[in-house]
Design a protein around this ligand. Structure first.
Ligand code: IMP
Length: 426
């Protein structure tokens, strides 16, 4: 049977609107698999008057006939996941039998959060601006081969307790010299023990589930978290997260082989945002002021105001290449509705030369200045458009030019948070 696997991922620095696009696409899916990241992510979905913010649970959970898997490439804070499941249950969204947690996924424990927050404090001005959720330290332990995995939540309480105590003791031993907060082993064992009892029925062999779904021809969406330029290999290192947010990461994170992927949907905003530190060539305070004034661009996980800037075609062209994007889903077009002029970055100026590719070093990247091509704004609302032809002509010109510049076709356009404010190009 022909595999039907689509990867949906971010082409900028996260917060591109993947949650919303995934929710719309999940109407025609059987499975949604979350490939990487942890509860640093915040995927917002609005259905009518209801607003859902998902951190670990795949967006497909909001469609009652879709099954969901938090795959082995993700890192899972057990108490955070329990809270999310409880929140969904309260809102009458069933998770038992529909949500599965890969035994292969690594756990984020309280001492990881202490390391994350303590290390950020020590970095001072050079801080990464992490979400403080312990994501980096959990992935570090995974790479150092000392992490605990979700499957270990099924161990007898005594053995699980012993393994946690060992990790917490090692943490506390180093804590004072490193400036990390010390952690109570007893409290951690109690907290994780409670979460383990709730999460055990959700545990599964993630790779087996994914392969069964592929082999039986199910329609699968692989949900990427964060965005291409937060990828630990391909992002603005060191101002990145600690996982692989690109298409390759979708395969390693889920165990779905590259040969099973038939479509890669790159999600991007009609402009650019990022949270946390790091280079941002097209950052523009005036645009930020305008968008924040409209109540837009505040982080769904931390509530931080996002940094805002113009569309960066240099960046997105690289993302299209890295991910093998077969179509794009452009969101937040309506954020630009009131503007008379809309600059788009078509090159980077560095040391008197113009580059079409981003530099490798974050320090050089930070010195790049944008070369803009300025488009005329459409100065009318797009939020009521339900077809491509209903968009103002100047908005269509803008979107088509962007697609041409970055080398990927337009697929989906989104002009608001609602499910109905989404349509296909053409
Ligand atoms: P961490 O993933 O918490 O370690 O944070 C590392 C960087 O990634 C910081 O700049 C965060 O703001 C950013 N980041 C992490 N998750 C997200 C996300 O879901 N959306 C946007 N930025 C994120």
């Amino acid at each position: 049977m022909k595999p039907r696997v689509t990867i949906v991922l971010g082409l900028q620095w996260g917060d591109e609107g993947k949650g919303k696009i995934l929710d719309v696409m999940a109407a025609e899916a059987d499975w949604v698999l979350r490939a990487q990241g942890g509860n640093n992510a915040g995927h917002t979905v609005e259905i009518g008057k209801e607003k859902y913010v998902l951190h670990l649970v795949p967006s497909g959970i909001l469609r009652s006939d879709v099954s969901c898997l938090i795959a082995g490439g993700a890192v899972v804070d057990p108490t955070g996941l329990v809270k999310e499941i409880e929140g969904l249950t309260k809102r009458r969204i069933r998770t038992r039998g529909r949500l599965h947690l890969a035994a292969q996924a690594h756990l984020v424990l309280p001492h990881h959060r202490a390391v994350d927050q303590g290390s950020e404090k020590r970095r001072g001005h050079g801080k990464i601006g992490t979400t403080g959720r312990g994501i980096g330290p959990a992935y570090s332990d995974k790479a150092a081969r000392i992490g605990l995995r979700a499957g270990e939540l099924a161990l007898p309480a005594k053995e699980l307790g012993r393994r946690i105590r060992e990790r917490v003791a090692a943490h506390n031993h180093a804590a004072t010299s490193q400036g990390w907060e010390k952690i109570s082993a007893t409290r951690t064992i109690r907290e994780i023990g409670q979460a383990a009892r709730i999460l055990r029925p959700y545990l599964a062999d993630g790779v087996m589930l994914a392969h069964q779904a592929v082999a039986s021809g199910k329609r699968i969406l692989i949900e990427g978290a964060q965005g291409t330029f937060l990828d630990v290999d391909h992002g603005t290192y060191p101002f990145v997260t600690s996982s692989h947010c690109t298409a390759g990461g979708a395969c390693t994170g889920t165990g779905v082989p590259p040969t099973a992927i038939h479509r890669v949907v790159g999600v991007l905003k009609a402009y650019t945002t990022r949270v946390g530190g790091g280079p941002f060539v097209t950052e523009d305070g005036t645009l930020g002021h305008l968008l924040h004034g409209m109540g837009r661009e505040f982080g769904s996980t931390t509530g931080r105001a996002r940094r805002c800037g113009w569309f960066d075609a240099v960046l997105v062209r690289r993302a299209v290449q890295l991910n093998g994007v077969t179509e794009m889903a452009i969101t937040n077009l309506d954020g630009l509705d009131g503007l008379e002029k809309i600059p788009v970055c078509v090159g980077y100026r560095l040391n008197g030369k113009i580059f079409k590719e981003p530099p490798v070093e974050a320090s050089a990247w930070a010195k790049c200045r944008p070369v803009y091509r300025v488009f005329e704004g459409w100065c009318e609302p797009t939020t009521e458009a339900r077809h491509w032809k209903q968009l103002p002509r100047k908005a269509r010109t803008y979107l088509s030019a962007i697609a041409e510049m970055v080398g990927a076709p337009l697929g989906i356009i989104s002009v608001g948070a609602g499910r109905d404010q989404t349509f296909r190009h053409g």
